[in-house]
Design a binder for this molecule. Sequence first.
Ligand code: GAF
Length: 389
Amino acid sequence: MTNPSSDVAERAAAGFSAQFGGQAAGRWAAPGRVNLIGEHTDYNDGFVLPFALPMRTVAAADRQDGEHWTVWSELSGEAITFGADDVAEPGRVTGWGAYVAGVVWALREAGHQVPGARLAIASDVPLGSGLSSSAALESAVLAALLDLGGLELAPALQPRLAQRAENVYVGAPTGIMDQSASIRCRAGHALFLDCRDESVEHIPFDLEAAGLAVLVIDSRAPHRHADGEYAARRRSCEAGASALGVAALRDVGIDQLDAALAQLDDEETRRRVRHVVTEDQRVLDTVALLRAARVRDIGPLLTASHVSMRDDFEITVPEVDTAVEAALAAGALGARMTGGGFGGCVLALVEADSADAVAAAATEAYAERGFTAPGTVTVLPSPGATRLP
Ligand code: GAF
């Protein structure tokens, strides 16, 4: 993983000039995220607590005549153009361009007059690491198109639109967390999101004041059937809710968990339900501790979340478990996988002065097991999507 670079905005602007000539009308940035706690709860109408990363995706853009969108990406090194026919229905643009076309499609479907545009995209959000590079791309493009077109869409309504781009146009059945984090997070805070009504509370998460750091360890594990397994977990949760006669697993309170589990015949469904119900409670407990400025005390909740993902939800892989175990053995206050699973990143809450030692311990544990060396970086809660000056 690269360290957050400050020049991603300059790269987008320079890419715009090189590709299209002239200056972009503006630059819009949207971050990736880590989820502090609350995994696979969003599509169960539950609670999540992500914060935005300093790594972000930037779109340098201006309008162009007609219903044409031309998008250059630093990563692919190529420009694609699509028109009104391509956004008339989902699926016509594929690959990375689908995330951009999907936003245009979703805006038009919601009745907005989307201006034609030229966009140059640069990003330092790592791809395929479970840090929401897709949501960052969607959110940066959405911010650019809204501003360029003078379109009115309240920030609280933007995540749902970006999620529709991903769910319907791209075809990935993800929840509302990642787009909400990219658009609605604030610097120095975690975003406590109720995924049922999308109400939010910005919870102070001042790591520096507490003498703490969040270390993100990129497991570099190859994603193993992540899309199919994610969809399978959703189906299990829906089956559990249906068997229990509730609209969503959010409706099973922690006090009702034992009774609910006793009603379920299938052992796998029982474990999936137990993860979601206990994870919702861990989010609420974490929020209560953070409100009381007891940041260190959230460590055991983070680790309990990991154990639940490993044993009940079964979405971890050996590289991820190794990173968590090594971090804890080296003195981390808590550690867990973050994101959808089957690879991706681990976050460890550490004393600020022990971040290097915990990172070194993870690297050593990987070497002992013959895994590709992990990426390590410390991160601070950063701002959500914004137009850059
Ligand atoms: C992925 C999804 F995109 C989110 O909606 C969420 O379900 C997460 O996995 C698991 O918590 O990031």
